[in-house]
Design a protein. Structure first.
Lengths: 487, 125
């Protein structure tokens, strides 16, 4: 081989070599020599098989069985482990070279190990991507929310099953369509909101909007619009809508119920009190102006009217308080319940207990709760009032209020030694107009404990009747502890 | 003779108010209105020393009547007191906001009405 050709072949990146029918190298270019990890001197004259492990020698030999003068060329891709321990994948063309009494094999190979590995990697990544896409599709379709990917021209790039179903269509039918074609006029407001997100780059969350596809069912949705900023050339947003049609309907019903309750409270407050006032005043006027002309027994009748009116007025006022106890009416703050009870004992209860002949024992420790001072006063005035009202005739009243911490609550127990409450009525007593058996004989509105429970519930607490071994009744009120009390 | 205009849809309440005021002052003449629709015209004609205006009335309520009267500067000097069947903090605040001179709750007793009459006489008549 001429030096020039030799030099050219040495600069060629492919593995070029020739070997005789005994598979001994007669030529190897530089790339081939480097591939074998040896010097030219070591390679030339050496046997091709000597560079491969013994166990694949038969495989290599079988290649040469099919190279004949009739089919003088074979192209194959071989994966080979070299004797040096290296692995390689070669794309090789082996040809039979027959010259003047010379018969040799000529091989041109290209090491495509890196390319094949890259292809394998790519294939593996494509499979992973396919799997992730399948998983993502499954997740998207399993989510009850309607999910859309849109561009800035109101085109729907992708969507989930729930979104497509909401329009009575399949995912394939909707993908690629323009919102204007699917939602008519309503699409304009959707697009305007989308554009705000595109322009600001800030997500809009909790957007309440009418949902009116031209096919499918109309309703209300709560929507989040979240921008993607990964590709400024192709801006997209993720739109996640939750169907709140049922909530909106319930809200409308609740509003209507609340309006009725407000109207009813107004009726109770004004319209029911007016005739009551008229009855009371007319009876008083009759007694004042005609009393002398009426029989003596008429005085008892006037007294009955007065008592009846007074009871009815109490009922109305209690009922009104019950009706008006709503979340809006509760102003939560830190309240020192011990101080409040002491103040109540001094101002309101001392005389009542003194008149009824009894004692009131208050807790020594500071009970700091989250509550509305006025409403808490109302609760404990009701409970203490009940202790006095339902006292036992044969013994002085004893009322004890104790408190202990119970998780996030203060559990406050109000116990008395009165007539007690039938255990079968332990829940009934908290119903509106619900009264327990022994107490039905004593005048009461049947609203007090219902009001207590309502107020306490509005505070996030509980009230229950607890059984006790001694005579009387015991109520346990749980109120949220104020943070200061945690220490 | 002092003139008093009473605007209240309740015949009974109008009578009680008149009775209560008359018990403290004999020289008072009353003009009764069942609704506030013509209140401005009547007040313009009578020039009363005081107008007693019920809040809750069918049709135009007392606040609307009050706002309408107070929008006319020629009635600036005529005291208007609101009267209601129940004590409502919101109503009291609204009455003050619309320019009422006083706010009374209709009493549940004869004694209460007499006290109301005395109060009105001493303040406005």
């Amino acid at each position: 081989m001429s030096p020039t050709l030799n030099s050219i072949l040495d600069t060629h990146p492919d593995l070029i070599c020739r070997y005789n029918p005994s598979l001994e190298f007669t030529y190897a270019n530089l790339a081939m020599v480097e591939f074998l990890g040896a010097s030219k001197e070591e390679v030339l004259g050496s046997n091709l098989l000597s560079w491969y492990p013994a166990d694949i020698k038969n495989n290599i030999l079988s290649i040469y069985d099919v190279i004949t003068p009739e089919r003088p060329s074979q192209t194959l891709i071989q994966a080979s482990d070299m004797k040096t321990g290296a692995s390689s994948i070669l794309w090789t063309t082996i040809g039979l070279f027959e010259g003047d009494a010379v018969r040799e094999y000529q091989s041109v190979g290209r090491n495509i190990t890196a390319e094949v590995e890259l292809e394998h990697k790519l294939k593996s990544q494509t499979q992973t991507l396919d799997r992730v896409q399948t998983e993502l599709r499954s997740v998207l379709d399993a989510v009850p929310s309607r999910i859309w990917y849109k561009d800035d021209k109101n085109n729907i790039l992708r969507l989930n099953q729930a979104a497509a179903s909401s329009m009575g269509m399949t995912v394939a039918e909707v993908e690629g369509q323009n919102t204007y074609d699917l939602f008519g006029d309503a699409a304009k407001s959707y697009h305007e909101a989308d554009l705000k997100v595109f322009e600001s780059g800030v997500a809009i969350r909790g957007l309440i909007e009418a949902y009116t596809p031209e096919t499918g069912e109309s309703g209300w949705v709560q929507t989040d619009k979240i921008p993607f900023d990964d590709d400024p050339e192709e801006p997209r947003i993720l739109v996640v809508s939750t169907d709140i049609t049922e909530l909106k309907e319930q809200e409308a019903i609740l509003k209507s119920i609340n309006k009725n309750l407000d109207d009813f409270a107004s009726l109770v407050s004004h319209d029911l009190q007016a005739p009551l006032r008229k009855i009371a005043i007319t009876a008083q006027l009759m007694e004042l102006e005609l009393g002398d002309q009426l029989p003596k027994s008429a005085g008892d009748y006037f007294k009955d009217i007065s008592q009846g009116v007074s009871h009815m007025r109490t009922l109305i006022q209690s009922f009104l308080k019950f009706m008006r106890a709503s979340p809006d009416s509760v102003a939560l703050d830190t309240v020192n319940l011990t101080a409040l009870l002491r103040e109540m004992a001094d101002e309101e209860m001392t005389e009542a207990f003194s008149d009824a002949g009894g004692t009131l024992s208050l807790p020594d420790n500071d009970i700091l709760v989250r509550g509305d001072m006025d409403l808490l006063r109302q609760i404990f005035a009701n409970l203490l009032g009940n202790s006095i009202k339902y006292r036992a005739a044969d013994r002085p009243i004893e009322v004890e209020i104790t408190a202990k911490k119970d998780q996030q609550f203060w559990a406050i127990t109000v116990s008395d030694n009165g007539t007690g409450i039938d255990e079968n009525s332990s829940e009934q007593i908290f119903d509106l107009f619900g009264r327990s058996k022994p107490h039905k004989e004593i005048e009461g509105s049947g609203i007090g404990l219902a009001l207590c429970r309502r107020i306490i519930t509005l505070h996030g607490g509980t009230i229950e009747l607890v059984s006790k071994n001694t005579p009387g009744s015991s109520f346990r009120v749980k109120l949220n502890r104020a943070r200061q009390s945690d220490g | 003779m002092d003139k008093v205009v009473i605007i209240d849809d309740s015949d009974f309440d109008r009578k009680m108010i008149m009775k209560a005021i008359s018990s403290g002052r004999s020289t008072v003449s009353f003009t009764e209105l069942e609704s506030g629709e013509n209140a401005a015209d009547v007040i313009a004609q009578e020039c009363p020393k005081i107008t007693i205006l019920d809040i809750r009335m069918p049709g135009i309520d007392g606040f609307e009547v009050l706002a309408k009267i107070r929008s006319n500067p020629k009635f600036d000097d005529i005291p208007i007191v609101m009267i209601s069947g129940s004590e409502e903090a919101a109503d009291r605040a609204l009455a003050t906001k619309h320019g009422a001179d006083g706010y009374y709750v209709k009493p549940p007793s004869v004694a209460g009405y007499l006290s109301l009459g005395q109060n009105i006489c001493s303040h406005y008549l």
